[in-house]
Write a protein that binds this ligand. Structure first.
Ligand SMILES: C[S@@+](CC[C@H](N)C(=O)[O-])C[C@H]1O[C@@H](n2cnc3c(N)ncnc32)[C@H](O)[C@@H]1O
Length: 197
């Protein structure tokens, strides 16, 4: 389910979202967040965040999912030597393609929600709700204040939209628009911590 040919973007090295590093907020969060179960990273790209989660939580299985074969190959290479990582070449929305039913404790969202067509946002919420049992967390970074909110990807969202779409399944525990981020993204995104009800 994608309007963008992500594989072509990777092949053409047209990947401005890829900073070659984990999201800077992870330096503060990793190890601070208690996780009971596997960690899932949808749209993991070349695996920078995946590696950071796997190193910080060596006793947890960390699962990355991406549609683009080139991204998956890079993520696998980036995570070589980390026995707790698995990278699935799959459509995140098709759980039967990649999910083997194990307990998920946390989902890390970074530039997947903004990458999918906005028409798939309810499907995203439903997929995440199916994966996370009650008490598990969705932790992530969402673009809520892009200069051009009408074109994408990245597709902008708002706090009001996030609250409305996630409300049936999640309680927002914390959000912050002043966190550490990549240069150039300051003021465009918010971190959110949501708990599955
Ligand atoms: C903007 S990129 C972000 C990649 C990575 N999170 C990062 O920050 O470097 C969006 C990623 O989501 C992947 N993607 C888009 N739709 C997807 C879907 N339905 N299932 C799995 N991956 C998807 C794309 O292939 C791409 O790698």
């Amino acid at each position: 389910m994608s309007e963008v040919d992500w594989e072509s973007r990777y092949v053409a090295a047209d990947t401005p979202w890829d900073k070659g590093l984990p999201h800077p907020i992870l330096a503060h969060w990793l190890g601070q967040i208690e996780v009971d179960g596997a960690i899932v990273v949808p749209g993991c790209g070349r695996g920078w965040d995946l590696r950071a989660w796997a190193e910080a939580y060596p006793d947890h299985k960390v699962i990355g999912i991406d549609l683009a074969p080139s991204a998956v190959a890079s993520a696998r290479e980036n995570c070589l030597g980390l026995a707790n990582v698995s990278v699935k070449e799959a459509d995140f929305f098709s759980l039967e393609q990649w999910y083997d039913g194990e307990k998920v404790g946390l989902l890390w969202e970074h530039t997947c929600f903004c990458a999918i067509p906005p028409t798939l946002r309810d499907a995203y919420v439903e997929t995440v709700a199916k994966l996370l049992p009650s008490g598990a967390h969705l932790v992530g970074v969402f673009f809520t204040d892009l200069e051009d909110p009408h074109t994408g990807p990245p597709w902008n969202t708002t706090m009001a939209e996030i609250e409305r779409r996630f409300a049936p399944h999640f309680v927002i525990e914390a959000f912050d628009g002043k966190h550490q981020t990549f240069p150039g993204r300051e003021g465009e995104e918010r971190t959110l911590v949501m708990r599955r009800v």
